[in-house]
Design a protein around this ligand. Structure first.
Ligand code: R5P
Length: 294
């Protein structure tokens, strides 16, 4: 098994390779003077099973194109199979035509990944709210993994929270709240959320009462931080004792981190699906374990 990381996942690929007792294969990636991308696979891969790891974030179009170059080249070099891990999968949110004439970007991305020869795709806490089976859209096997147990383990090991209540900030976060709560043997609930604009949301509690409780808020993505800020404020308004925040994909647009800290969160934890200042939990064990089970 050969592990190859695209330019968004070099560190993650090295960690996964190390866990599998191998080394990540090298790529040469640079730009031609006109800005076009040059890519070369620097290993003999013929006949091998290959794990490709590429998160598609921040510069999604560029990283997607690079992914397509990697897999198309590997297939041309006659590898046996390509098992792709896309820890952060951009365009998953545009899985429906919300207004007439819009691109179904999620479907287009899947089509491209299949066309270059991807044999199967693993995602991590993919942001899918309408299309629930990517395999039906992409036409190749897909499986969504979750980083929630790893995040919960980290929070437990840090020992910051006493008998925590786990909260998902909206109904779609219920599956993540449940996974984290199961791992922590804690109770959980979700808030009701109404999105007012891309930066502003309103949340209100459902059944749970956070009075005097330590709370762990879990979500798939922190983008502008608007959702977490409102959830944190609501919990403190209920009388919560302490709030810690955990997410799989810390996009952290603009001043998201400062806003969440300002709302009173004691700690903010994310994973390395998107490397950054709060990427304290690595998804490498999750990927390595999945590869071992293939
Ligand atoms: C929404 O459905 C997602 O699960 C996240 O809650 C959302 O993407 C977070 O975005 P923001 O940080 O901008 O509120």
């Amino acid at each position: 098994m050969i592990v190859i990381g695209g330019s968004s996942c070099q560190d993650l690929a090295s960690k996964v390779a190390e866990k599998l007792g191998t080394k990540a294969a090298k790529l040469e990636i640079r730009r031609f003077p006109d800005g076009e991308k040059y890519l070369r696979v620097l290993e003999d891969v013929k006949g091998d099973e290959v794990v490709v790891i590429q998160s598609i974030h921040h510069t999604p179009d560029e990283l997607l194109f690079e992914y397509l170059l990697i897999v198309d080249t590997l297939k041309d070099l006659r590898v046996k199979r390509v098992h792709s891990f896309i820890p952060y999968f951009a365009y998953a949110r545009q899985d429906e035509r919300f207004n007439a004439g819009e691109a179904l970007s999620f479907k287009t991305v899947g089509k491209l990944m299949k066309t270059v020869g991807t044999d199967e795709i693993f995602t991590i806490d993919i942001h899918q709210h309408r299309v629930l089976k990517s395999a039906e859209v992409f036409g190749i096997p897909t499986r969504d993994l979750s980083a929630m147990p790893l995040l919960a383990d980290y929070v437990r090991a840090k020992g910051e929270l006493e008998n925590p209540l786990v909260i998902g900030p909206d109904a779609d976060a219920e599956r993540w709240a449940k996974l984290a709560a199961d791992q922590l043997k804690a109770d959980y609930d979700v808030f009701e959320k109404k999105r007012l604009s891309s930066e502003k949301v309103e949340v209100k509690p459902r059944k749970s009462d956070a009075k005097g409780r330590d709370v762990l808020i879990v979500d798939d993505i922190i983008s502008t931080g608007g959702t977490i800020v409102e959830a944190t404020k609501t919990l403190f308004a209920q009388g919560a004792h302490k709030v810690v925040v955990a997410c799989t994909h810390p996009i952290l647009a603009g001043d998201a981190l400062e806003r969440i800290r300002h709302a009173g969160a004691a700690d903010i934890i994310g994973t390395d699906t998107i490397p950054g200042p709060i990427s304290l939990v690595s998804v490498a064990p999750l990927i390595a374990q999945t590869v071992r089970q293939m």
